[in-house]
Design a protein around this ligand. Structure first.
Ligand code: COA
Length: 204
């Protein structure tokens, strides 16, 4: 059963005080959907959405796959009131190694907002819903990203670090180690521990 919630309505200026007025956009509806609940039509919709949202990159990947890397256990789907897909991410739970510690994370991937619906808080609403849904099941949301979107994730409650990450390369099946932007959002209060990260599997 998908959980649904509606992000807080956007603030609108008061015209009687001369504030700038902008139209209050219709609310977005956020649902956390388990993987098993996705129909073939849902998956086709997600593929088409990801091709358009990442264009011109990754069309070859997302025209054939609705997720990238480690298997997803669920999705966060943000829709307009009319039902149009506004934003998407997938997540998978895994216990990884950070230095000497075992850390339970939800790896997050295929994060995107429809190009026509960006800047409305769909991305933030997605992570707030996922954090609420996973509280108690994982200690952190985790992802890696390129430099231009680090600022987006830090605005959404993630903490940025440059860290050494080992993950399985899908092409070879062998572990590969590199330094990347690691973004973690605490779900249980504790800070992300220091140390090299071994994802013990594919990235998301
Ligand atoms: C990155 C992306 C998902 C942002 O989605 P969005 O729905 O527009 O984001 P939101 O409206 O929820 O923005 C939340 C906050 O992040 C800020 N923000 C958004 N994109 C940003 C960016 N690239 N850099 C810095 N800040 C950014 C917003 O201004 C907002 O700030 P606020 O705290 O002042 O309100 C969207 O631009 C996208 O789909 N990009 C292409 C795909 C992509 O790069 N995905 C990430 C792969 S790792």
């Amino acid at each position: 059963m998908a959980e649904e919630r509606t992000p807080a309505a956007a603030a609108v200026g008061d015209p009687t005080r001369g504030d700038p007025v902008r139209r209050d956009p219709a609310p977005l509806v956020v649902a956390v959907v388990p993987e098993a609940a996705l129909s073939p039509a849902d998956r086709a919709e997600i593929r088409a959405f990801l091709v358009a949202a990442y264009a011109p990159r990754f069309a070859d990947v997302f025209s054939a796959h609705d997720f990238w890397g480690g298997p997803a256990e669920g999705r966060v789907l943000v829709r307009t009131a009319g039902g149009r897909l506004a934003a998407h991410c997938g997540y998978g739970l895994r216990t990884v190694a950070v230095g000497e510690r075992e850390v339970r994370i939800a790896g997050v991937g295929a994060v995107a907002t429809d190009p026509g619906l960006r800047g409305r808080g769909a991305g933030r609403a997605m992570f707030d819903a996922l954090a609420g849904h996973l509280a108690g099941d994982a200690a952190f949301l985790f992802l890696e990203c390129a430099d231009p979107v680090v600022g987006f994730y830090t605005r959404c409650g993630f903490v940025h670090a440059r860290a050494t990450v080992t993950a399985i390369e899908p092409a070879t099946g062998a572990p590969d180690t590199s330094v990347s932007n690691v973004l973690t959002r605490p779900l249980a209060g504790a800070a992300w521990p220091a140390g090299d990260i071994d994802l013990r599997g594919l990235r998301w």
